[in-house]
Design a protein around this ligand. Structure first.
Ligand code: DGL
Length: 262
């Protein structure tokens, strides 16, 4: 069991930012990644559709023999992880906007959250953000259009820069000192964000925390992989494989990227 792969899914290439952290923290693990780019952006879909898409991805990963699933998508986590945990027998690790570390680190008392509409309107996000509402002001901003640009291979484009500027300016003007990236596609925009944000605004992205939590759960359940030679990383995408490839430079182990209609 322990040498079976970890399954990971996202609405596209966003979760590759999480996959990179997993590979660093868990170098002996094989992985299978599903990039459901055909259905991106999840953030503009109804909660019911997001649950259905998450079920489809989960069942495919289970058919492929995964021992644990990382939902590498804030939108799918905040809308579907409760359903997945009650219906399937493997551990699920999710990701949601990291408001807590931002709130703890804030001195201005104001933090920004950039996320999809689907995440910001979810019940899970509302309850997390309510828990911090008495101590800090949370400025929410939908990142409409950003996922599409990353999926189009335009994460470094001037169009992406202009859109980011439009979204962060009101938050910066209102005094945020932390910006929480509440979508796994957005870490691909960090180079642009760093150029556009004032130096005192800290970017919070919790990929490392997800990798640490995955390690903890695998260890607790006796599922950590043993050294079995070269690791294998399979990527399945239902869009153009060259987009996935463009995010994987420097990946270690055997990397196989294939088109699959799922
Ligand atoms: N990477 C997904 C997330 O973390 C993007 C959602 C979308 O496809 O809109 O929310």
């Amino acid at each position: 069991m322990s040498n079976k792969p970890i399954g990971i899914f996202d609405s596209g290439v966003g979760g590759i930012s999480i996959w990179k952290e997993l590979q660093q923290r868990l170098p002996l693990e094989d992985t299978i990644y599903l990039a459901d780019s055909k259905n991106a952006p999840y953030g503009e879909k109804s909660a019911e559709t997001i649950v259905q898409l998450s079920i489809k991805n989960t069942e495919l990963l289970l058919d492929l023999g995964c021992k644990l699933i990382v939902v590498a998508c804030n939108t799918a986590t905040t809308n579907a992880i409760d359903h997945l945990r009650t219906h399937y027998p493997v551990p699920f690790i999710g990701i949601e906007p990291a408001i807590k570390p931002a709130a703890l680190g804030s001195t201005s008392g104001s933090v920004g959250v950039l996320a999809t509409r689907g995440t910001l309107s979810s019940a899970l996000f509302h309850s997390t953000s309510k828990n911090h509402a008495s101590t800090i002001k949370i400025m929410e901003q939908e990142g409409t259009g950003l996922v599409e640009l990353v999926e189009a291979g335009q994460a470094s484009s001037e169009t992406a820069r202009a859109l980011l500027k439009k979204y962060i300016q009101p938050m910066v003007a209102s005094g945020i000192d932390h910006l929480v990236l509440g979508c796994t596609h957005y870490p691909h925009l960090i180079p642009l964000l760093k150029e556009e944000l004032p130096a005192h605004v800290k970017i919070i992205d919790c990929g490392e925390a997800v990798a640490n939590q995955t390690h903890r759960i695998l260890e607790k359940q006796g599922l950590l992989a043993k050294d079995h030679g070269q690791t294998k990383h399979q990527f399945f995408t239902n869009a153009d494989p060259s987009l996935v490839r463009s995010f994987l430079s420097g990946a270690k182990g055997e990397v196989v990227i294939s088109f699959k209609d799922f």
